[in-house]
Ligand binder design. Structure first.
Ligand code: XCC
Length: 668
């Protein structure tokens, strides 16, 4: 029955995607959408209680249909309880997610160091202001001499020292990661007290793998403690270093216009989709595509030009820094190829569906892998190794491959005429500027508006698409419900793209979607009510924004005091679990949609959903109904407002639609 119901659910709410899904169905091309119909998820894995950490299993411990009556006697061959099994599985997801983000960060740090040392000509440091700020956080002197003789230190020297120290964060065995102290003092002190300040990034990830090996850590609370260390090593370590060094190397984003959806593809230009995560490659492809050599080559092959478009988090990176168009989010990668207009899909790491190679076989599209860590076995894919010392040459070779493929395009090109304008590229620094102006940049304005109740609270809504639920639907229902209730939304990843496609990333969205208080603030300042803060590693920007709000004063001493909540409505990646847990460990109430693989272990679930809050100030939650999901976030925000004693201020500005209409008439 349940399956039958799922089949009837629409596959997407995005009109461009619906057109392409229909085209795929008509042409018999298999996509994730029809596979999700045909293949049911494993119900034991879904509950988190399948153990496969040794070869005596897999031991499967599903929750009895009637639930647990009396003592829970379920155990695996070795005696592992459902709590141990679910906690171990959860921890391994944290480890994989933290590893993915952190390996991305490591790659950036390596290129940063090569650029600082002058070993590569292709990358240059662009944001020296941020270089100096970040250097100080790493205890790197930015001046030389003393007293009257004090003068600025050579920026090259600073950059080399920063690159070395940043890279050292991965292999550090003791002490603590530098950025832990960027958190509000109360938060840092709590981490110290709980002994969860990460020592080094790799160490914490490796320790999860050891502890979850057969027969090691058998206390789910102790396993979660290590999850906290590793997840914090991601959020305040690997991801934050990635974000900061990318900003220094490629320039810090500032709000910029862009456009999004499959309609950004062009039928008379060479379309190259850059898909994946690491901007090291995509930045160079942008540079190479603008050279006369590449432009001329494209024209020689009959195209009007080169059209670069991003997909998944790479899209967010090139959008934020260059305003380049975004073709779509995770569940649109196969669909982009089905337009027949993609001459090359260039991929690096993470979130690349293996089936893109199969879909590409039905068209002329070349799938180009570029990273030693991520190759594809299908013979129709090409590998062009991207190497930082020859970055520009590699990028040109990639573009050339796409251009040469342009004449192979077949007749059946069908690009949906659907795209939306948007503003992206907010950072915790640019929010400060927008709310305070260039001379008095500050978070006080935001805090004031939260205190006086115009803004009810802050929602961080992030994360993936998931083929087990209608594409983009839960993202949009939740975000719109928050806006209606005066909750400002900070977004990253594939949620940001869902919001962009639905027109929520424009200043005009404030009037249409927000409650009166939030609409007033956004219209006064001229910002969208949903602030696009980048890719998944850029969730670190949300941590920094939350810390800045705490530091501005008036809303408590810790992130856990803020009227704020986090959400990943359509998550699917292990990275989302790592992100979720670093938000929880940073004091944020964090709620996921779709499902969480913990429901087969009620005691463990109760620990992370309820008891953990007493320790960390943040906790996990799950709600698959999107309206209830948003309401739970709002209830948490209201609870925090009450604890802060600012709930009364809020009551004074609570308008219903009728009151709002009246107000509009009065103003008119
Ligand atoms: Fe991947 Fe980053 Fe998830 Fe989207 S949100 S599906 S992780 S692209 Ni990052």
């Amino acid at each position: 029955m349940a399956e039958e119901k799922k089949e009837k659910a629409p596959k997407s709410v995005d009109p461009a995607s619906i057109q392409m899904i229909e085209k795929a169905e008509a042409e018999g091309i298999s996509t994730i959408y029809d596979r999700a119909d045909k293949m049911k998820a494993c119900n034991i894995g879904e509950q988190g209680t399948c153990c496969k950490v040794c070869s005596q299993g897999p031991c499967r411990l599903p929750l009895p249909k009637k639930g647990i009556e009396g003592e829970d006697t379920r155990m695996g061959l070795c005696g592992a309880t459902p709590n141990t099994i679910a906690a171990r599985n959860f921890a391994r997801m944290v480890a994989a997610g933290a590893a993915a983000h952190s390996d991305h960060g490591r790659g950036v740090a390596e290129v940063f160091l090569a650029a600082a040392r002058g070993e590569t000509e292709d990358y240059k440091i662009q944001d020296t202001k941020k270089l100096l700020e970040v250097a100080e956080l790493f205890d790197i002197p930015v001046t030389v001499g003393e007293g009257d003789d004090e003068k600025p230190r050579d920026t090259k020297e600073i950059a080399v020292e920063l690159g070395e120290k940043a890279l050292g964060e991965w292999g550090k065995q003791e002490g603590e990661i530098y950025f832990a102290k960027r958190a509000p003092k109360a938060r840092y002190d709590l981490w110290k007290k709980l002994d969860i300040v990460p020592r080094g990034i790799d160490r914490e990830i490796v320790e999860i793998m050891h502890r979850t090996h057969m027969g090691v850590d058998q206390d789910y609370k102790n396993i979660i403690k290590q999850c906290s260390r590793a997840a914090l090593a991601d959020g305040w370590g690997g991801s934050m270093i990635a974000t900061d060094l990318q900003d220094i190397l490629f320039g810090s984003p500032v709000p910029i216009h862009g456009s999004i959806n499959l309609g950004v593809l062009k039928d008379d230009e060479v379309n190259i989709i850059i898909h994946g995560h690491e901007p090291l490659l995509s930045e160079m492809i942008v540079v190479a595509s603008r050279t006369p050599e590449m432009q001329d080559l494209a024209k020689a092959k009959g195209a009007k030009g080169i059209n670069l478009a991003g997909m998944c988090c790479t899209a967010n990176e090139i959008l934020m820094r260059h305003g380049l168009p975004v073709a779509g989010n995770y569940l649109q990668q196969e669909l982009a190829i089905i337009t027949g207009a993609v001459d090359a899909m260039v991929v690096d790491v993470q979130c690349i569906m293996e089936n893109v190679a199969n879909v590409a076989k039905c068209f002329h599209t070349k799938v180009i892998t570029t990273n030693t860590r991520a190759k594809m076995e299908e013979p129709n894919t090409v590998h062009i190794q991207f190497e930082e010392h020859h970055a520009l040459d590699n990028a040109k070779q990639i573009i050339k491959t796409a251009i040469e493929n342009y004449p192979n395009r077949r007749a059946e090109v069908m690009i949906p005429d659907v795209q939306a304008p948007m503003v992206a590229g907010f950072t915790y620094e640019s929010i400060e500027y927008h709310l305070g102006g260039s001379f008095r940049g500050t978070y006080y304005t935001l805090n004031d508006n939260i205190i006086n109740g115009r803004i009810r609270g802050i929602g961080g809504v992030v994360g993936c698409n998931n083929a087990r639920t209608t594409h983009d639907s839960d993202h949009l229902i939740i975000v719109k419900e928050l806006l209606k209730n005066d909750v400002i939304v900070l977004t990253t990843g594939c949620n940001a793209m869902a919001c962009g496609k639905a027109g929520l990333l424009t200043p005009e969205a404030a009037k249409e979607f927000c409650g009166p208080g939030l609409a007033e603030v956004c219209e006064t300042v001229g910002i969208p009510p949903v602030l696009h803060m980048g890719s998944c590693v850029d969730n670190s920007r949300i941590l920094m924004a939350a810390s800045a709000v705490v530091k501005a004063g008036g809303l408590g001493n810790d992130i856990s005091d803020l009227p704020a909540a986090g959400s990943a409505p359509e998550w699917m990646s292990e990275k989302a679990i790592s992100i979720g847990h670093y938000f929880v460990a940073s004091g944020v109430y964090t709620i996921f949609g779709v499902g969480l693989p913990v429901t087969g272990a009620p005691v463990f679930q109760d620990y992370i959903f309820n008891k953990l809050e007493a320790e960390l100030g943040g906790k996990w939650d799950l709600e698959v109904d999107p309206v209830k999901h948003a309401q739970k976030m709002i209830a948490h925000i209201d609870k925090k407002r009450k604890e802060l004693g600012i709930d009364k201020a809020r009551e004074r500005v609570l308008f219903d639609m009728e009151a709002r209409r009246q107000l509009d008439e009065e103003v008119a």
